[in-house]
Design a protein around this ligand. Structure first.
Ligand code: FAD
Ligand code: SIN
Length: 540
């Protein structure tokens, strides 16, 4: 059995920032980072637009960034959390710059600040249109320079270990659920190992893979959220799935779509329908730079009215050298599929992009389970409310990784990591694989995955109603029953466990959506088109 002081599950911006912080502050402590594929295969790597932060002290202010975040969040942000993230954010950005991340500068040597939907000022630091790749690179290099951090790739975490594994009854109302570590499938040896940890951070990212098209890579299967739900921890606001308005439309493509960053609209890109109309003027006075929920719904409506599978992003009026300078990766991708942005409009459609809800945490990233923290996209900190403001995600991940790290360090160094069951903890059982065999047919998994993605896209997409949600729930019930049967009888594999996690996450999204009898932010239900006076988080 492996043992560690700090266990970090996930190697995106949240996990690596946290690992750096605890490892630097406590060089005598062991930090173990687990990742289910390669360390850099994360949502973080694909981030394009950049990281928001108040940088231009002349024109911008904390008050403006706070206000923009609250407006986008449509009444459900926690104002205290918004203030903390906005005010602590620039310090975290300075740190990652010190660790080696490079952001673009203008001709005067000042940071070039981009603009995105919902922002009243230009405040997005970026590295061309591959900001996430640059941040992930800098973080990985930093972490790899720290002798007390070990990264294990291809370690698929299956479940959290709690009192439940010692034979105690654990329910949602058990007051002191404690996390002792995880069971993990080592994909090189195919053995299931036990890892015992004193403090665990979940930084497992989002769940875009539940949808037929998504900007997320295939790793985004909601594993952390499903694990916490199984361990009887608290999850909230799962109905708020953000669809990015402008993923590149490629006919017949299923899975990860290439993103056309919102920064393109920040630089003047205009959305047009099939008649060539710049339709956003009919939907919002902020036109193409309205918050994402409004733009995605407008596109969805135009596509339905005109019976098309996409709209267009018109960049033909942007000088081509400017376009290529800021968006070299997008330019190259468009050219590779035969589209020249200088002379042709880019076909785009909304795609699942970001999960605003997740594992409920406090201001220090603490979950409802003791010694278990969550940061990054898998967490619901209260920052995003009903709709995340563009480029606030990388910022939130760094701020909360820092805050969780500080609290974890204080607990460990203050000798406050105690458990109610210290002696029994020494006898945590091994994984019980009795009675399981190799699943006979992969089709049982692949077909269920297709069904799940179809039902989530068709019934739980940008626009919802009660009948669609009810249908989705009935189908999820069946998928749940089938996957549980398969899980009980099969030797576990990542494909099986990811599907099981996705079905659980889908259930949580639909359940929260059914509980919300209003339309707010990213949740739009035509049976309840208005907003309720009661501001409520859906906690499961
Ligand atoms: P991730 O970076 O997704 O990392 C998740 C990690 O968890 C991975 O290492 C994975 O292997 C690991 N993991 C998951 N499950 C398991 C398991 N069972 N066992 C072991 N390991 C596991 N946000 C912005 O603020 N600005 C942007 O410009 C921006 N652009 C974006 C563009 C795209 C195309 C996408 C997809 C997202 C974008 N976002 C942006 C959102 C942002 O990138 C993500 O929210 C953020 O990077 C999430 O970071 P994370 O650390 O929480 O998780
Ligand atoms: C983008 O670059 O458009 C994505 C930004 C984000 O998701 O915050």
């Amino acid at each position: 059995m492996l043992q560690t002081d700090f266990l970090v599950i996930g190697s995106g911006i949240a996990g690596l920032t946290y690992a750096t912080k605890v490892a630097e502050a406590a060089p005598h402590r062991q930090v173990l980072v687990l990742t289910k594929t390669f360390a850099d295969e994360t949502n973080t790597k694909y981030a394009q637009g950049g990281i928001a932060g108040v940088w231009d002290e002349l024109n911008d202010s904390y008050a403006k960034h706070i206000e923009d975040t609250l407006v986008a969040g449509d009444g459900l942000c926690n104002p205290g959390v918004v203030e903390v993230v906005v005010k602590e954010g620039p310090e975290r950005i300075r740190e990652i710059i010190e660790w080696g991340a490079r952001f673009d500068r203008d001709a005067d040597g000042e940071y070039a600040l981009g603009r995105e939907g919902g922002h009243s000022e230009s405040r997005i630091l970026h590295h061309k249109d591959v900001t996430g790749k640059e941040m992930e690179r800098a973080l990985l290099e930093k972490v790899q320079s720290l002798p007390n951090v070990r990264i294990l790739n291809h370690f698929f975490v299956l479940d959290l270990i709690t009192q439940h594994h010692l034979g105690y009854l654990v329910t949602k109302s058990t007051p002191d659920i404690e996390c002792y570590g995880v069971y993990v499938l080592n994909l090189e040896t195919h053995q299931i190992e036990k890892i015992e940890s004193r403090i665990t951070l979940l930084a497992t990212g989002g769940n875009g893979a539940l949808y037929r098209t998504t900007t997320n890579p295939a790793i985004a299967t909601g594993d952390g959220i499903a694990m916490v739900y199984r361990a009887k921890g608290r999850i909230e606001n799962m109905e708020f799935i953000q669809f990015h308005p402008t993923a590149l439309y490629e006919p017949g493509l299923r899975g990860q779509s290439f993103l056309i960053t919102e920064a393109v609209r920040g630089d003047g890109g205009i959305l047009r329908n099939h008649t060539g109309e710049a339709f956003m003027a009919r939907y919002d006075e902020r036109r193409d730079l309205a918050p994402r929920d409004i733009v995605a719904r407008a596109i969805d409506s135009e596509m339905k009215i005109q019976g098309t599978e996409h709209v267009y992003l018109d960049c033909r009026h942007i000088p081509v050298e400017d376009f290529v300078h800021h968006f070299p990766n997008i330019y190259q991708k468009c050219r590779s599929i035969g589209i020249d942005p200088a002379t042709q409009m880019i076909p785009v459609a909304p795609a699942a992009h970001y999960s605003c809800g997740g594992i409920k945490t406090d201001l220090y990233g603490a979950t409802s389970i003791r010694y278990l923290y969550a940061a990054g996209e898998c967490a619901s900190t209260g920052l995003h409310g009903a709709n995340r403001l563009a480029s606030n995600s990388l910022l939130e991940a760094m701020v909360f990784a820092h805050r969780s790290a500080m609290q974890g360090l204080a607990l460990i160094e203050g000798n406050m990591v105690y458990t109610t069951l210290a002696e029994e903890r020494a006898s945590l059982p091994d994984w019980d694989a009795r009675g399981t065999t190799d699943p006979r047919e992969m089709i049982l998994i692949t077909q269920s995955l297709k069904e799940l993605q179809l039902l989530m896209s068709d019934y739980v997409g940008i626009v919802r109603n009660n009948v669609r949600l009810q249908r989705a729930m009935r189908r999820l019930d069946l998928l749940h029953e089938e996957i549980e049967d398969l899980y009980r009888s099969s030797i576990v594999s990542p494909q099986l466990c990811e599907l099981r996690n996705m079905i659980t996450t889908g259930y949580l999204i639909v359940k929260c959506a059914q509980f919300r009898h209003e339309s707010r932010g990213l949740h739009y239900n035509t049976d309840y088109p208005g907003k309720s006076k009661l501001l409520q988080n859906m906690v499961m």
